[in-house]
Design a protein around this ligand. Structure first.
Ligand code: KMH
Ligand code: ZN
Length: 272
C-alpha cells in the first residue's frame, strides 16, 4: 500500500469555541494548531478561516495572512483552501482564496441538505469552480457528500474541466448526506474512476472509524476539529494535533507508514 496521507481540517465554518475552546480562530491560533497537526503527521492542511469575531470568511487577505503564518511554522505542508466556505456564501465569495494559487482547493461536487441548511452547488457553479481551479493550476479535492456527486465529477472530467488523476474526499455522516457506514464507503470507492485517489472524512463520532477504515483499505484519512470536536465519547479533544497523532499512531501500529508532504505530493501528482 502507498503511504497514508493525513489531512487535518483545522477549524471549518460551523464549529465554535463555545463547543470546544481548542477550535482555532485567529491567524496565530491557526498557525499554532497547524504546526501541532503537521508535527503529528498531517501533510495536508485543509483551511477555512475566521474573521476577528470568529465568523467564517472567505476574504482573500485573511486567507493570505493565515497562510503566511502557517508557512512560517510548516514550510512544506500542502495548503488546501476551502471553496465550500459557509452555507449561504456566493460563488464569487467562496472562490476568493483560489486567487492565491494554493496547491489544492476543495470542489464541492453537488447540492445537499446540510443539517437544517441547504449547501448549494448548482451545475453551473460546479463548471465555474472547476474552470477557475484549472486556470489557476490548483488541484481540486472533490468533496463528495453523496453518490451522485461522483457522477458530476466524471461529467466535469469528460468536459475537460477536471484533470485526471482525480482526488476525492468522501465526507460521510453529514445529516442530509451519505451515512458513515462501511457499505457506503465501499460503494463510493468502487464508483470512482480507476487511478483516482481518495480520502475518508467521517463526521462527529464517525471520524475515527472512517479514518481507521481508510488506513486498512488503502485510502487516505482526514481528521480535525472541523468535522469532530471530541476525542472519545463525551470527551472533548484538546487539539487538532491530538486527533492527528492518534491516526498516525494507529497507522504505524497497523503497518501503514505516514506520508511526508513531499510523499503526499507524489501520490497526488502535485508539483511543489
Ligand atoms: N462548510 C460547509 C458548508 C469544503 O470545505 O469545501 C462546506 C465545507 C466543504 O466545509
Ligand atoms: Zn471544509
Amino acid at each position: 500500500m502507498e503511504k497514508l496521507i493525513i489531512t487535518c481540517a483545522l477549524t471549518g465554518a460551523e464549529v465554535t469555541k463555545e463547543q470546544n475552546p481548542a477550535v482555532p480562530y485567529t491567524p496565530e491560533e491557526m498557525a499554532q494548531s497547524a504546526y501541532e497537526a503537521y508535527m503529528a503527521g498531517a501533510s495536508i492542511l485543509h483551511l477555512h478561516v475566521r474573521d476577528d469575531n470568529g465568523a467564517p470568511t472567505q476574504a482573500k487577505e485573511r486567507f493570505k495572512r493565515n497562510i503566511e503564518l502557517i508557512r512560517e511554522k510548516c514550510p512544506d505542508a500542502i495548503i488546501q483552501v476551502s471553496t465550500g466556505g459557509a452555507v449561504g456564501m456566493s460563488d464569487d465569495e467562496r472562490l476568493q482564496p483560489v486567487e492565491l494559487s494554493p496547491e489544492m482547493a476543495t470542489l464541492d461536487a453537488g447540492t445537499i441538505n446540510f443539517g437544517d441548511d441547504i449547501f448549494v452547488n448548482s451545475w453551473p457553479s460546479l463548471m465555474n469552480f472547476a474552470k477557475r481551479m484549472q486556470e489557476k493550476k490548483v488541484k481540486p479535492e472533490i468533496e463528495v457528500f453523496d453518490r451522485g456527486m461522483v457522477e458530476n465529477a466524471a461529467r466535469l472530467h469528460k468536459m475537460g474541466l477536471l484533470d485526471a488523476p482525480m482526488h476525492f474526499d468522501f465526507v460521510l455522516g453529514v445529516p442530509g448526506g451519505m451515512p458513515a457506514t462501511m457499505e457506503d464507503l465501499m460503494h463510493m470507492i468502487r464508483s470512482i474512476p480507476a487511478g483516482s485517489t481518495w480520502t475518508a472524512a467521517g463526521v462527529g463520532r464517525h471520524q475515527l472509524p472512517m479514518a481507521v477504515a481508510a488506513i486498512v483499505i488503502g485510502g487516505h484519512a482526514r481528521v480535525g476539529l472541523e468535522d469532530n470536536i471530541y476525542y472519545s465519547k463525551g470527551v472533548l479533544t484538546k487539539s487538532n494535533g491530538e486527533l492527528v497523532e492518534r491516526i498516525a499512531r494507529l497507522a504505524k501500529e497497523i503497518g501503514r507508514e505516514v506520508a511526508t508532504p513531499d510523499e503526499a505530493r507524489k501520490i497526488l501528482g502535485l508539483k511543489k
